[in-house]
Write a protein that binds this ligand. Structure first.
Ligand code: ATP
Ligand code: MG
Length: 239
């Protein structure tokens, strides 16, 4: 699920409500039957709902990826003799096995975000909330990180909530939620939401490059699909 909206529309606030980092002034937030306000359940809730933030450098606590993942596992009482296997599994998931014992500070930003993801996955969450986790990555690393997450969400029983300002990152999402003024403004499939430029404009979200270009070409009288793949667009333009 992608969470989109202008600056200050309440995306991070909602994200922090999901694992009890923030508690609502009114009403309740319940995740898988666990109320975030229930202190007795909060430990379990935090394990189920893992969060990844924007700054890759702020998230690791260990000196090496292996140590970093071990820290979280020891915290939840993972059996000592099974630590190494779990660490290796988690690093495999994100494609960082080769960097297992390298210094964390020598990893690239994209690798550090993958490590943060591995550290979360090791704990066996049900939900992964990524709050602009790609914001500090260059376009190539951003794309690669998203691909990694896509693969993982297909393999694991894991719901991914992806907060971003980049609509093109979430064209493959099952659902898009548009936030505005601290409220959910609209929910729909990417195709439905993208087909409503006015709605996007209201919520301060820009149409990605390809559909925006396709729209202008259509307006200029060319026969282009509304949401072309890059190959379709190239074929049309060459013709
Ligand atoms: N439902 C709400 N009710 C009251 N205040 C809210 C609500 N949602 C958000 N706010 C307030 O609005 C401000 C901005 O919210 P938030 O940081 O969640 O926005 P954001 O969408 O994550 O913005 P950005 O894109 O800049 O990260 C915060 O100070 C927050 O306390
Ligand atoms: Mg935010």
């Amino acid at each position: 699920m992608a969470l989109l909206g202008a600056n200050g529309s309440g995306k991070s606030t909602l994200a922090r409500m999901l694992n009890g980092l923030l508690l609502p002034a009114r009403g309740t937030v319940t995740v898988d039957g666990l109320a975030t306000s229930d202190e007795a359940q909060r430990h379990q809730l935090r394990r189920r709902v893992q969060m990844i933030f924007q700054n890759p450098e702020n998230q690791a606590v260990g000196l090496t990826p292996a140590e970093d993942i071990a820290f979280g596992l020891v915290n939840i009482g993972w059996p000592r003799q099974q630590l190494a296997a779990r660490i290796d599994w988690a690093l495999e998931q994100v494609g960082l096995a080769a960097k297992r014992d390298r210094p964390v500070h020598a990893l690239s930003g994209g690798e550090q975000q993958k490590l943060a993801t591995a550290a979360c996955l090791a704990l066996g969450p049900r939900w992964l909330v990524l709050d602009e986790a790609t914001a500090m990555l260059d376009p190539a690393a951003r794309w690669q990180f998203r691909q990694t997450l896509d693969t993982i969400r297909r393999q694991e029983r894991l719901g991914v909530i992806w907060i971003t300002h980049h609509l093109e990152e979430v064209l493959g999402a099952d659902r898009i939620v548009l936030m505005d003024g601290g409220r959910v403004h609209a929910v729909g499939r990417p195709g439905d939401v993208l087909g409503q430029p006015q709605l996007l404009e209201q919520c301060g979200v820009e149409l990605p490059y390809l559909p925006a270009l396709a729209r202008e070409l259509r307006e200029a009288g060319l026969d282009v699909p509304s949401f072309p793949t890059i190959d379709e667009l190239v074929t049309t333009l060459c013709r």
